[in-house]
Design a protein around this ligand. Structure first.
Ligand code: AMP
Length: 398
């Protein structure tokens, strides 16, 4: 039986790919094409114990995918004979149209492309990735899994911006939320780790990677999330500002003479930790903090302050809280962030155990004290596996 799924995640200048066994969860092969469009392109991949690497310019996503496929063949992976049941594509913005995994037809692809207006940094790359993979594997079903889908259930009060309703309707301006595949996967894992029913849990999930988002989840359904129309709203991120006064945009336009693209670049690429202290990787940030760099200390304080604001807001929204969970690169690896985000909340029944929090571990784990009313967890996210499972489920159902 065909039982593996090729998962493709195309970003603005990179393509991550993984061949996954959706039942066991093991990655048969995985790799990444990086720095597409730059002179120093790089492809790295691993299949079983064999590593391969290619360095050199990669003009576009289509060439990046071709290279990746031919390198997979060189390391002994014959995709045509690998028993691939489906190709799962991460698509960032599903707009108001897509809220379930969807088999990609020419019409679906045209709609994803049309939604580029809502996600100009992401959807065009997703479209190119889909086209390239369909050329390479034309006889396999391709499935789009949308980052926004999980937040389809946001109640109107949480998804509506307080702006003129006609403008909002005419331009699809509402809160969509992103990282949905991760929030959903992690919330499910929490129920498994705690041995409880997902349906009875009130949870906060903190996906803290280079992009970062928080969500409030009740009974397995998302009731609020920090990202909005675009993945720019909410928490402080590696290079994105998160929440700002929208008046800053008009101020910079009028007073600094910046055009709209410059402001877009400022907020998406030159803000967040990087904007405040020059680095966006938490390992470098920690080194700067330990060396006494004042900008780094302030950037960290702003980061944690914003995180605590969202935790407080979601705690009140949910009313009763069972679990708070950290995931993604920062959430899984930086004990200091976890400790500081929840410091002093014993009165609210939230108590992190310092030994459990700093213990080395890779899997899902509990880091709260035995007496903590709210469970605090670290759960590694696995968006590729979640995409693979959703893709194969759809294909088998059809
Ligand atoms: P992600 O977007 O989930 O891949 O997360 C990437 C970010 O996680 C990086 O930019 C780092 O800030 C952070 N990160 C990943 N691994 C570590 C680690 N071992 N220690 C500290 N920070 C890490």
């Amino acid at each position: 039986m065909k039982d593996s799924v090729l998962v493709i995640n195309s970003g603005s200048s990179s393509i991550k790919f993984q061949l996954v066994d959706p039942s066991g969860g093991a990655a048969v092969a995985d790799g990444i094409v990086e720095r597409i469009g730059e002179p120093d392109g790089l492809v790295t991949l691993r299949h079983r114990d064999v590593d391969a690497e290619h360095r050199g310019p990669i003009v576009d996503h289509a060439e990046g995918l071709r290279l990746a496929f031919s390198m997979l063949a060189e390391v002994g992976l014959d995709l045509a004979g690998a028993g691939i049941a489906a190709v799962g594509h991460r698509v960032v913005h599903g707009g108001e149209v897509f809220y379930r995994p969807t088999v990609i037809t020419p019409e679906v692809l045209a709609e994803v492309s049309r939604l580029s207006a809502l996600a100009p940094l992401h959807n065009p790359a997703n479209v190119i990735g889909i086209e390239g993979a369909m050329r390479e594997l034309p006889d396999v079903p391709h499935v789009a899994v949308f980052d926004t889908a999980y937040f389809h259930t946001l109640p109107p009060r949480a998804r509506t911006y307080a702006i003129d309703r006609e403008v909002a309707r005419a331009h699809s301006v509402r809160r969509y939320g992103f990282h949905g595949t991760s929030h959903e996967y992690v919330a499910g894992q929490v129920a498994t780790v705690l041995g409880r029913d997902l349906g009875e849990l009130n949870q906060i999930v903190l996906h803290l990677g280079n992009g970062a988002s928080a969500s409030a989840i009740s009974g397995g359904r998302a009731v609020d999330t920090s990202m909005g129309l675009t993945p720019l709203e909410g928490l402080v991120m590696g290079t994105r500002s998160g929440d700002i006064d929208p008046g800053i945009v008009t101020h910079l336009r009028r007073s600094a003479g910046m055009d709209i693209d410059e402001i877009d670049t400022l907020l998406n690429r030159r803000s967040g930790l990087k904007g405040m202290c020059g680095v966006n990787d938490f390992r470098e940030l920690s080194r700067l903090i330990d060396a006494g760099d004042e900008d780094a200390v302030l950037a960290y304080q702003v980061y944690v302050h914003r995180l605590r604001k969202y935790i407080g807001a979601y705690l009140v929204e949910l009313g009763r809280l069972d679990a708070i969970t950290f995931t993604a690169g920062v959430g899984e690896n930086v004990a200091r962030v976890r400790a500081d985000a929840l410091a002093g909340l014993e009165g609210l029944g939230i108590e992190v155990d310092p030994v459990r929090n700093t213990a080395k571990g890779r899997g899902a784990r509990l880091i709260s004290t035995d007496g903590s009313a709210v469970a605090v967890l670290v759960v590694p996210t696995n968006e590729e596996l979640a995409i693979a499972r959703q893709a194969v489920e759809l294909v088998r159902a059809g």
